[in-house]
Design a protein around this ligand. Sequence first.
Ligand code: COA
Length: 261
Amino acid sequence: MAEDYVLFEASDAIATITINRPDKYNALNISVKKKLLEMFRQADKDTSVRVVILTGFGEKAFISGADVNEFVGRNSDTIKQVVNPSRDIAQFITAMDKPVITAVNGYALGGGCELALACDIRYASKNAQFGLPEIHLGTLPGNGGTVRLPRLVGLGIAKELILTGSRITADEAFRIGLVNKVFNSVEELRAGANELARILSRMPGVALGLAKKSIQESWELPLNEHLAVELDAFCKTFDTEDKEEGVNAFLEKRTPEFKHK
Ligand code: COA
């Protein structure tokens, strides 16, 4: 049942979304993707949730990519039924105000690597492996891999990874800037992602969302327009209670208590 292929748990302002299809290395078929998008929508709507963690069940795979079985017999038109649901998830993650941390606990291949690329912060366990192996299937990344990877790690490294379809270790992914942090075990990874989520959940929510949006705009807008977006976001925070609280707390030498308003 697709129902059980995606687990959702929310507590202490943190929603954890877990892909749970370990016998297929957490490969994403169309119904799993639809469920995954539904879970992200739920996390977005739930006002008690401030941060989202995306991870895979078990220790072997984060997501091994699109379910390759669904590539069979498709043409340039019918493959859109497979790839569009993946693109919808990536777009939703980048557009939502709440930060999304991904805890990559094993293979992050193809569409799995691309979903990780769409998240805001990537943490990985030592056993994680990253790659965009689509070239070996006679195709190429179709959910932002050729767009997001070069922007993150540079054109040369992205071209080598995408054109060879080779896999890299978590340490190498860290070296090239694909992941923010590497943990010695999956257990430590989960604790590290939770700790980061806890820190972010205590940040002023409005400013956090506006900061994420403003950073995201750098991918879409020319410098002057982006600077205008940043100024607008900055000024908006001056209409929030949290800005007042943050500034006063600093001046009064105490810890701020944000209300995300
Ligand atoms: N789609 C569908 N099934 C997948 C899958 C995928 N992306 N990745 C793994 N699986 C399935 C395998 O078919 C196998 O199923 P089976 O036991 O019913 O035969 C099971 O998961 C375990 O995979 P297996 O290949 O036997 O394990 P492994 O340890 O030898 O290798 C991987 C693991 C992840 C390296 C390998 O499965 C792989 O390369 N997967 C495909 C990655 C890929 O091309 N992704 C991009 C798709 S766009």
